[in-house]
Design a protein. Structure first.
Ligand code: ADE
Ligand code: ZN
Length: 315
């Protein structure tokens, strides 16, 4: 079954490039850039990957991203991710990057973008993996800061397909970013947003009605609101679900409690994704394997999940 799952052609639609920074590469980049780290070695860093909630993870994720300094660093990060995709027959990717995580540290927007885009182009030409890049705003920062980031991005408009919304969800509802999303859409960009990971179903309604998103990232709490479920099913709004992430961040107590297959059986267009694979224990392949191990996912269900990921592409 594992080989069969691995060979299934699939797309990954919910992946934070900064979250694919493996501890080994993190240490190598720290050495290359002469940055002192608070961890002794790779093993002690890995042992810090135990989280009770999203914020505990984000604190470490932003700390890890500090080793990314040069265009080559962003290239190496993205290329390492694409090599993993190749191993697992992920044939199309729509990754997020968080420009503010870098520009706020004094790294130029173009440095980040050039490194990522060059690797994605090489992924297309050398590995046969197609892509669409998503610029994600940090929701714990202001809407004004998001507007400034969008303005910085506009000279490179054709390098993106969409804007997204990530970081600390609770207390930062989609409504806070209604105007900047309208501006992005007026530039012809599509939209996605994290909603219903830790936040309530109301945040999913807002993402749909105020931000006018094409997909919901996570969205697992939709199941608490029957009217919302009906809409998501009727309109076939894709949810980019991340099973290992949800268990590592205690959205579900354990994988056996995860609702992805219940949603699938109810007709929701759910997809399987890795979110931050370096931190959560695996890439798309490991996420599919976990659904087989803990939820007895059938081959027929896996086929539908993989097909959903190909159907829910924006690029
Ligand atoms: N940034 C990186 N991973 C994230 C997640 N799972 N939720 C919100 N923001 C994130
Ligand atoms: Zn995410």
């Amino acid at each position: 079954m594992y080989d069969w799952l691995n060979a299934l052609p699939k797309a990954e639609l919910h992946l934070h490039l900064e979250g694919s920074l493996e501890p080994e590469l993190l240490f190598a980049l720290a050495e290359r850039n002469k940055i002192a780290l608070p961890w002794q070695d790779v093993d002690s860093l890995r042992s810090a990957y135990a989280f009770n909630n999203l914020q505990e993870f984000l604190d470490l994720y932003y700390q890890g991203a500090n080793v990314l300094r040069t265009e080559q660093d962003f290239y190496d990060l993205t290329w390492a991710y694409l090599l993993k995709c190749k191993e697992q027959n992920v044939i199309h990717v729509e990754p997020f990057f968080d420009p503010q995580t870098h520009t706020d540290r004094g790294i130029a927007f173009e440095v980040v973008l050039r490194g990522i885009k060059q690797a994605l182009r090489d992924g297309q030409s050398k590995l046969g993996i197609s892509h669409g890049l998503i610029l994600s705003f940090l929701r714990h920062l202001s809407e004004e800061a998001a507007f400034a980031t969008l303005a910085e991005a506009m000279p490179f408009r054709d390098d993106f397909i969409a804007v997204g919304l990530d970081s600390s969800e609770l207390g930062h509802p989609p409504s806070k970013f209604q105007r900047v999303f309208a501006k992005a859409r007026s530039e012809g960009l599509l939209a996605v947003a994290h909603a219903g990971e830790e936040g309530p179903p109301e945040y999913i309604w807002q993402a749909l009605d105020l931000l006018k998103v094409q997909r919901i990232d996570h969205g697992v709490r939709a199941i608490e609101d029957e009217r919302l479920m009906q809409r998501i099913i009727d309109e076939q709004i894709p949810l980019t679900v991340c099973p290992l992430s949800n268990t590592k961040l205690c959205v579900f107590d354990d994988m056996a409690q995860h609702n992805i297959l219940d949603m699938l059986e109810r007709g929701v267009k759910v997809t399987v994704n890795s979110d931050d694979p370096a931190y959560f224990g695996g890439y798309v392949g490991e996420n599919f394997a976990a659904l087989y191990d803990s939820l007895k996912m059938s081959k027929e269900q896996a086929l539908r999940l993989a097909q959903n990921s190909l159907d829910a592409r924006l690029a």
